[in-house]
Design a binder for this molecule. Sequence first.
Ligand SMILES: [Zn+2]
Ligand SMILES: [Zn+2]
Length: 213
Amino acid sequence: MTSRDVVGPRDRDPGVAVLAVAVCGPQGEVVLRIQKPVEGAVGGRMTLEVMALMEGLDAALGLGIGSVTIVTDYRPLHNHMLGIWRPSGKKLADLINQVLSVRKKFEQCEISLVEPSQVSYVVKLARDSIDVQIAKSLAASARKEKRETCTICLEDTDITKIHAVEGCGHHFCFSCMKEHVKVKLLHGMLPACPQDGCTTKLTVEGSKIFLLP
Ligand SMILES: [Zn+2]
Ligand SMILES: [Zn+2]
């Protein structure tokens, strides 16, 4: 293949990390873009850059591209890829060796260090994707807030199935309350709040709902 394709890796804030890579054609048109959230522990920018590069190179190989130019504004990546710098840790060394072996699969694979403004497209990709990720994690925590752990059975319970005892406000899941009320009544006792040390008696009215089948 004679076309020169461009792969640009980027990273974002490690709190919610997203890789964005764009594979561009000879005229700079975007052939493929990758936006990928990074799970778990992220080892800093260099690790992210290498991971992004790996994604980009794999994608380019998948597209049957034989000749690429890696475009990055990140000097450490550039220098490590060219062997100007030697990786200090084993983890990074392994990662770089991995990329270097993928790189060998191309007929031609150059790396060029550019100004940050020249990779603004992938920065925008990453930024858009990170907004989506942040929205997602906010939605996930909002869902979590609607659940509560019952202190008797320790089950994570939907808040609509949590019962608050009238008078003291202690709350337990409906099935634990039901069990508690049933056992007490079976022993001829007026059920009280199941909370340790709480003496709030359940009213007859308040107990009724637990006696329904
Ligand atoms: Zn429970
Ligand atoms: Zn109570």
